[in-house]
Design a protein around this ligand. Structure first.
Ligand code: GDP
Length: 332
């Protein structure tokens, strides 16, 4: 029998990769989309004829119950949230509505309408905020430092509580930064690969960056969604860290991207205080011992491979568009 999956946050980076993975595996895929996000469908436009878009909103309990009743999914992946950290400070209540209470509504809808469905909640390393230890594991205490992290911590514990109280197959994947060619250039990884490609093609002259010593645990979004799917294929639900397990600095990233296009990064990178962050969090890095041991998951792409595939993508995309972007500079 064909398996059915419902994805919230279908229009985002992870939603689009997860939909592709599930389609490859023969699932019927339903994507929950808010009316207001219908103008934002470019990441999934190539999937329109293969997935079914259903209308609903994490702010509206009835819409969630209707969608779950109608589609009867065996797997539900909650990848939707208000995920932009600066906005979580200017709109903390709305962030809580989507990112925290939205998960309550979803869990309650599953409990009432489809209690045997398996549920994946997208937790985030932001729950650790200022952690007591590094690397962080599934046992590290949550010390979130922004409203987004607080909302994700609530959603995490509600998912765990519904598992314990109602015996739902509900689990949380705590993901760290994950990147892909579908990331925006406001994030440093794509900004660097994109601008290195632009400089190589003569479309930009320099790359302005902030703190080159900042470090992140970066992994490929395709690897991350594969871990999400694996988490729902187990006998018992459980929570896992999903990360690369290693950190690299912005400097490593620049060096790797520019080396790949045979350029010396020092000739092009300009450090601009405008891109410095006043309050950099401590280094977050995931311990992936548990997911490796229990699910046999590990990233398939190394840091270098990820940088190179993104530069390749940007070179290819820019070559196709050279006449349109001539003279343009990445403005982030
Ligand atoms: P996030 O902070 O994990 O959401 O991801 P970003 O990609 O925005 O930033 C990653 C790190 O890169 C942060 O520690 C930034 O301080 C550092 N960084 C250095 N230069 C830049 C820059 O020009 N833009 C951005 N976005 N980050 C930069």
């Amino acid at each position: 029998m064909t398996k059915k999956a419902l994805i919230t946050g279908l229009t985002g980076q992870d939603g689009s990769y997860l939909a592709e993975l599930l389609l490859e595996k023969g699932y019927q895929v339903f994507g929950l989309v808010r009316r207001s996000s219908t103008s934002n469908l470019e990441r999934i436009s190539h999937l329109f004829d293969k997935i079914k878009i259903v209308s609903g909103d994490l702010l509206d309990q009835c819409s969630l119950m209707d969608v779950i009743t109608e589609t009867q999914p065996s797997e539900i992946y909650n990848l939707a949230s208000q995920s932009y950290v600066p906005l979580s400070w200017t709109q903390p209540a709305l962030t809580a509505e989507y990112t925290a209470i939205g998960v309550s509504r979803l869990l309650e809808s599953i409990r009432r309408c489809r209690p045997d469905a398996k549920f994946y909640q997208a937790s985030s390393s932001e729950v650790f905020g200022q952690p007591d230890e590094s690397p962080q594991s599934e046992r590290t205490a949550f010390r979130p430092r922004n409203p987004y992290g607080v909302a994700k911590a609530y959603a995490h514990w509600m998912t765990v509580n519904y598992r314990q109280q109602y015996n739902l197959y509900a689990c949380c994947g705590i993901t760290y930064t994950h990147e892909s060619p579908r990331r925006g250039t406001e994030f440093v990884f794509r900004k660097i690969t994109r601008t290195a490609a632009m400089i190589k093609l003569g479309l930009a002259k320099e790359l302005k960056l902030g703190n080159l010593d900042a470090r992140r645990d970066w992994c490929y979004a395709k690897d991350a969604v594969h871990a999400m799917w694996m988490m729902l294929q187990q006998e018992q639900p459980d929570d896992f860290i999903i990360a690369s397990g290693e950190t690299h600095s912005v400097r490593d990233l620049v060096e790797c991207a520019f080396n790949y296009v045979d350029l010396n990064w020092q000739d092009y990178v300009v450090v601009d205080p405008a891109f410095y962050r006043p309050d950099e969090p401590v280094q977050l890095v995931g311990c992936i011992y548990k997911i490796k041991a229990e699910l046999s998951w590990k990233p398939q792409y190394s840091f270098k491979q990820l940088v190179e595939l993104m530069v390749d993508h940007d070179l290819q995309e820019l070559r196709g568009k050279e006449s349109h972007v001539e003279g343009a500079l990445v403005s982030t």
